[in-house]
Design a protein around this ligand. Sequence first.
Ligand code: NAD
Length: 333
Amino acid sequence: MTILVTGAAGFIGMHVADRLLAQGHAVIGIDNMNDYYPVSLKRDRIARLQADHGRLFTFHELDFADLDALHAALADQVIESIVHLGAQAGVRYSLINPHAYVRSNLAGHVNMLELARERRVRHLVYASSSSVYGGNDTLPFRVEDRADHPVSLYAATKRADELMSETYAHLFRIPMTGLRFFTVYGPWGRPDMAMWIFTSKILAGEPIPVFNHGRMQRDFTYIDDIVSGIIGCLDHPPADDGAPKAGGSRAPHRLYNIGNNQPEELMHLIAVLEDALGRKAEIDFQPMQPGDVHATYADISAISQDIGFAPTTGIESGVPRFVQWYRDYHATR
Ligand code: NAD
């Protein structure tokens, strides 16, 4: 198959492209290489994909919120399925630069829906987020639960993406799957996320900021498990049979949580990280940040039943793999 992967220079996009290419698919990658975090890391990810997979991988540097640019780049290319991972990510930054979220996550998402409609793709799989559960305090989060009270603009755009996708699936009968990811980490991870920030500060001997005085839980999910879930879903599009799907839609649209199903105390994560790094962290406790939530915890029964998703990597084994990659990456730069 030829599969379009948006956000291919991003953390999850790079890994998904890598696995699809290793399986023998052709991948067309798109990314605008925005500078939300260092562009050098994005360029290194693309260089790695090109070095490892050669001509099976095509890359277009473009903004998918620009429909003309999207059409021009893809005019002669066959696209059978789309994995749409490109987005303006990050909860806290959405309080600072809301328009980046409106452009990439709303206008850009509609462009991908339009592309899916024009090309009659076999399946569109797109990234949503655990943040859509917002103020829900009943744990674990289930896809059947209401997700109508986002506490950040980022979460609001992701929830809007789900609603717009369901509408397109209903109107144009295009199979779609929205995936609510829970705090993803691993090699080639994101410098704006806690795992990277803590690692770099502990190694530099600087204090690490720990919000809500450490009283936080996250369902940390290892990248290889996330990729298995995404590709497992891609291979099994929802049927257009009028039966209700995960998340409640009767259109060929379903929603799944992809998490580790194991919430961890932030202070436990720090202890695991200290072990992997062989250094103690100096902790700077800070209050809760606006837009943040206290706990995330994925109920994964829907995706487990439908596609056999079963995460295998907990933080005790995943964190040392991230740390090893982090050391190797910085040793060669
Ligand atoms: P990332 O920031 O590393 O990757 C996203 C990529 O999209 C970036 O490389 C960025 O340059 C690109 N992009 C943004 N706007 C674009 C545009 N208009 N045109 C073209 N490219 C654009 O983030 P990630 O961690 O790989 O996340 C992938 C997806 O998963 C995102 O949709 C994100 O919101 C979602 N998600 C991630 C996590 C996580 O823990 N990493 C959790 C929940 C949801």
